[in-house]
Write a protein that binds this ligand. Structure first.
Ligand code: GAP
Length: 449
């Protein structure tokens, strides 16, 4: 990771980002959100593992996306297509020909840079001369088949979208959907990124959440505006602060080969405004290409208009890892309480990896411990609830604050006689006494799904 830019990045409105990526990476490692992959062997560049808390956060992000894209709607179906695909897919999609970054090596320090990310013609690190830019394809290649010389080169998919396009006919025939309708998919994608760094922001193995929304040509502009707005709203609805999000329209010279229009949802990451998600109007490019190269007719018969057409596609395409990183950065809070620093993650309750921690005030009192275990069991099942007695109560609270647990439930000596427990709120630190028998209802009312 490069130099941490804590407290140094200024937004246009002059506000400051108050957390560096190093703070986030440290917290992620220490508390079990994200680890460097194969760390004991020295790791591998830009590949990450999600630990016990990371997997919960990542799963919650994906569940919320799936809920808003599939469960809350009647016009979207789901799909889980394979990572390996017939290599012709990538010829049709244009990835074999043009999915490449123009790179330039520095003659002096030998470092490599994406030329669209540097200003001027000198090395940004040492000021040395740069070599003539060359094109590097970002797809990982592997082989299918075990017989030497008879194996076929295939690619690890660089986007999940193509799995949707090549299944267009299957989904149409099996679901009987009518335009407009969408197909949603969450899954791994792989890119041999040349310029990496910034923690998980640009990884070589990552997950995407993609929706391909098929519409009638002519209705595409309207649906495009709808999805740009809907995707921005999704991040806001999950608690990302308005001032940390913005929309940026792509210039004509930035547009991908398939796109008529594209907006990025950008987040104010510690290294500056960067892409969180792209919403593109892919026109009829992909379905036309696959029809042509596969020889299969991927047109749609519009019964209302009695005509065949190739649908246009609006594609909101987000990165799970980038969303996780943005939620962590945005939720990070640091404050001084009673002359001690308190760090807490103000995550939306739906995203918090652990929803409730049940803590016994005295771990040597068997009755308190037994009651705390019983409460943990009663509250668990619907979401992750933990029991912890490995430190004094103050420290246990801080630990839960740091991982964003919305509620701590403490069982004390009085609980044994009055049947009440203390419920502490992560953000306000306010404590209320509640009857243990009413805890489940309290949590159901206060922790949305
Ligand atoms: N199907 C369109 C597509 O793949 P993209 O802008 O290349 O478009 C979409 O990628 C999203 O996938 C990005 O906005 C980002 O969130 C995520 N993404 C792309 N490359 C990534 C990488 N190397 N590491 C992490 N996330 C990545």
């Amino acid at each position: 990771m490069g130099k941490d830019k804590k407290n140094t990045v200024k937004r246009e409105d002059d506000a400051l980002v108050n957390v560096g990526l190093k703070d986030i990476a440290n917290l992620c490692k220490r508390r079990g959100f994200i680890f460097q992959d194969s760390e004991i062997y020295g790791g591998i560049g830009s590949v990450w593992d999600y630990g016990p808390l990371g997997i919960e956060l990542k799963k919650a992000v994906k569940d919320q996306w799936w809920k808003s894209m599939v469960y809350d709607r009647s016009d979207v179906e789901g799909l889980d297509s394979a990572i390996l695909m017939n290599p012709d897919v990538w010829k049709a999609s244009g990835h074999v020909g043009s999915f490449a970054d123009m790179m330039s090596d520095c003659k002096e320090c030998k470092k490599r840079f994406r030329i669209d990310k540097i200003e001027g013609d000198k090395c940004p690190e040492c000021g040395g001369d740069l070599l003539e830019p060359k094109s590097f394809n970002l797809m990982f290649k592997t082989q299918v088949g075990s017989v030497e010389g008879q194996s076929t080169d295939v690619y690890l998919r660089p986007e999940t979208a193509q799995g949707i396009f090549v299944n267009f006919e299957n989904i149409l025939n099996s679901s009987r959907k009518k335009l407009p309708f969408g197909v949603a998919q969450i899954g791994k994608s792989f890119r041999n990124e040349i310029t990496t760094g910034n923690f998980t922001f640009r990884s070589r193995e990552f997950e995407q959440m993609e929706l391909e929304f098929f519409v009638r040509p002519g209705e595409d502009d309207e649906w495009y505006d709808y999805w740009v707005n809907a995707r921005l709203e999704w991040y806001l609805s999950l608690g990302i602060r308005k001032e940390n999000l913005r929309l940026r329209e792509h210039r004509k010279d930035e547009l991908a080969h398939y796109a008529k229009k594209c907006h990025d949802v950008e987040f104010m990451f510690p290294m500056g405004w960067s892409e969180l998600e792209g919403i593109a109007n892919r026109t009829d490019f992909d379905l036309k290409q696959h029809s042509q190269i596969s020889g299969r007719d991927l047109s749609y018969f519009d019964t209302a208009k009695d005509e065949r057409l190739i649908p246009y596609v609006i594609e909101p395409s987000g990165g799970v890892d980038r969303a996780v990183l943005a939620f962590l950065v945005d939720a990070y809070r640091s404050e001084v309480v009673k002359e001690r620093q308190r760090v807490f993650l103000s995550l939306d309750k739906r995203l918090a990896p652990i929803k409730i921690a049940v803590l016994p005030l005295l771990k040597n009192n068997p009755e308190i411990v037994e009651m705390a275990h019983r409460i943990r069991k009663e509250l668990g099942g619907r979401y992750r609830v933990v029991y912890d007695d490995t430190a004094a109560i103050g420290r246990l609270y801080r630990r839960q604050d740091e991982i964003g647990t919305p509620y701590c439930v403490t069982v004390d000596v009085e609980s044994l006689t009055d049947g009440k427990v203390t419920v502490r709120d992560r953000d306000t630190m306010e404590q209320v006494r509640i009857e243990a028998t009413k805890l489940k209802t309290f949590m159901d009312e206060n922790i949305p799904m």
